[in-house]
Design a protein around this ligand. Structure first.
Ligand code: ZN
Ligand code: ZN
Length: 283
């Protein structure tokens, strides 16, 4: 409102100046900068190949809708809403940049509840004691194996702290419910990794319990080009526990890996999500 008021005042001042000043000499060179030219293509709802790939991969566009501009616009709006962007429905610069940024490789499951709340619950374990096991360790990391064990335990504990009813321990025998591994590219599920950058990991929802990290990344504390193992582990554990992606940009369950990722703990929205599992019916 203040902005509008100020721009109104500036506009009025300019108009007043224009009417008061004498007309400029015809030959006098103008000191005004040239008008800014937009050189890129105009933003459009027409999907380019990269956008189609992204929107399909993350659950916004179905096969049959490729050439349907209404659906394309809806898909883009939906993606923008989930990413916390202005919902223009067009492939503007911010949207294309977001599609290039680092994120979880799981689709952004959209439910009717998304309009009402930011977190989403996809499924849940039923009164089970959960165990996890670390199958292998990353090829590139600043950590020792013991340190990685400790970081995964810390990530588990971040969820237990906000939901003490969770019972998750490191497995000692038998088969763990949640298998953690570092894998490359195509690794026999529907979500192949893509080499360094972009997608970083995923974890299947309750019942399957496979947590995969992209082994093409260098895992560390998020500094010096490393990916923050604890941050991504907390996010992927959230999926293992049944949470989908949140459209709250502060939530650790937001699909996108933030450039400032030192806040390695669930946010208020994540807490509301995990605690809601005790009060809502199973989807
Ligand atoms: Zn995710
Ligand atoms: Zn996988």
């Amino acid at each position: 409102m203040l902005k509008l008021l100020l721009s109104g005042i500036v506009l009025i001042s300019c108009l007043a100046l224009t009417t008061c000043l004498p007309p400029a000499e015809q030959d006098e060179p103008s000191n005004l900068p040239p008008a800014v030219q937009y050189e890129g293509p105009p933003p459009s709802a027409t999907l380019n190949e990269k956008a189609v790939k992204f929107l399909k991969r993350f659950g916004y566009l179905r096969e049959s809708n490729d050439n349907n501009l209404v659906s394309a616009e809806e898909a883009i709006r939906s993606m923008q809403a989930h990413a916390g962007l202005l919902q223009t429905g067009t492939l503007d610069e911010a949207t294309m940049a977001k599609m290039e940024s680092q994120r979880c490789s799981f689709p952004d499951v959209m439910t009717a509840e998304d309009k009402k709340k930011r977190y989403s619950v996809v499924s849940r374990w039923r009164n089970e004691t959960l165990t996890y096991g670390i199958f292998n360790y990353p090829n590139c990391t600043i950590y020792t194996n013991d340190q990685i064990d400790a970081i995964i335990a810390e990530a588990v504990n971040e969820w237990v702290k906000i939901d003490p009813s969770l019972n998750i321990t490191k497995f000692v025998s038998g088969t763990p419910k949640i298998n953690i591994s570092f894998v490359f590219f195509d690794h026999s599920d529907k979500y192949p990794f893509d080499g360094p950058g972009k997608v970083l990991g995923h974890c299947f929802y309750p019942g399957t319990g496979q947590m995969h990290f992209d082994n093409s990344e260098c895992w560390g504390d998020g500094t010096n080009g490393t990916k923050n193992l604890k941050y991504v582990a907390i996010h992927e554990l959230g999926h293992c526990l049944g949470l989908g992606h949140s459209n709250d940009s502060l939530a650790i369950m937001n699909a996108y890996y933030p450039s400032n990722n030192t806040q390695c703990k669930p946010a208020a929205d994540d807490t509301a999500g995990i605690q809601s599992m005790h009060t809502t019916a199973s989807p």
